[in-house]
Design a protein. Structure first.
Length: 172
C-alpha cells in the first residue's frame, strides 16, 4: 500500500512532537527514526524531501525563537535601566524632603542603609603593607577582606580606611 502525503505529514508531525518533547535529544529514540527511514524504499525522494522540509521548518522556528528571545532581552534591559533611573529619582526626591519612611496604601517605602560588610576605600595603594596584599603574577592587589578585618579590629592599615555603607531605596 502506498502511503499518502497525509500519512507522511502525520509521521513528520509525530516525529517533530517526539523530538520537541525530548528537548531535541534523540538519544533512545534512534530506533524510531531508523524505522521511519527504513520505509524510505517506497518513496525515497518524497520522504527525504519531507524530512528536509521538517528540518527547514525546525530551523526556521529555532531562528524565530532566538530572534524573539533577543528582542525580549533588549526590552528587558531597557526596562531595567528605566527601573534603576526611576528608583534613583524617587530616592533623590524622598531624601530632598528628608523622608526616610513612607507608608503608602500598597507599599512601605524607605531609605535604608545597605547591609553587608562596610566598603574598604583604598586611598593609597602603594602605602598598603605587603601583609595586606595578595601577590598576583606581575600584579600587587590589596586584599580588601583582610584589610576590612584588621580595620574592624581597630588596627591601623596605612593607606586604607573603612567607608560608610551607601543608602538604597527599599520598596516592600
Amino acid at each position: 500500500m502506498t502511503r499518502t502525503m497525509l500519512d507522511i505529514t502525520e509521521d513528520l508531525r509525530a516525529l517533530d512532537d517526539l523530538i520537541t518533547e525530548r528537548d531535541g535529544d534523540i538519544t533512545g529514540v534512534e530506533e524510531s527514526i531508523d524505522a521511519w527511514m527504513a520505509e524510505l524504499d517506497k518513496d525515497l525522494k518524497g520522504k527525504v524531501d519531507n524530512y528536509c522540509a521538517l528540518l527547514t521548518m525546525m530551523n526556521a522556528r529555532s531562528s524565530m525563537r532566538r530572534e524573539e528571545s533577543e528582542r525580549l532581552n533588549r526590552l528587558a534591559a531597557t526596562e531595567e535601566r528605566s527601573i534603576e533611573s526611576m528608583r534613583a529619582r524617587l530616592k533623590f526626591a524622598l531624601e530632598a524632603r528628608g523622608v526616610t519612611k513612607l507608608d503608602c496604601p500598597r507599599y512601605k517605602v524607605g531609605i535604608v542603609r545597605n547591609g553587608g560588610a562596610a566598603p574598604v576605600i583604598i586611598e593609597s595603594e602603594s602605602a598598603i603593607p605587603e601583609t595586606f596584599c595578595r601577590v598576583m603574577p606581575a600584579t600587587r592587589v590589596p586584599d580588601k577582606d583582610k584589610i576590612r578585618e584588621a580595620l574592624a579590629k581597630d588596627l591601623s592599615v596605612p593607606g586604607a580606611r573603612l567607608g560608610e555603607r551607601t543608602m538604597r531605596l527599599s520598596i516592600r
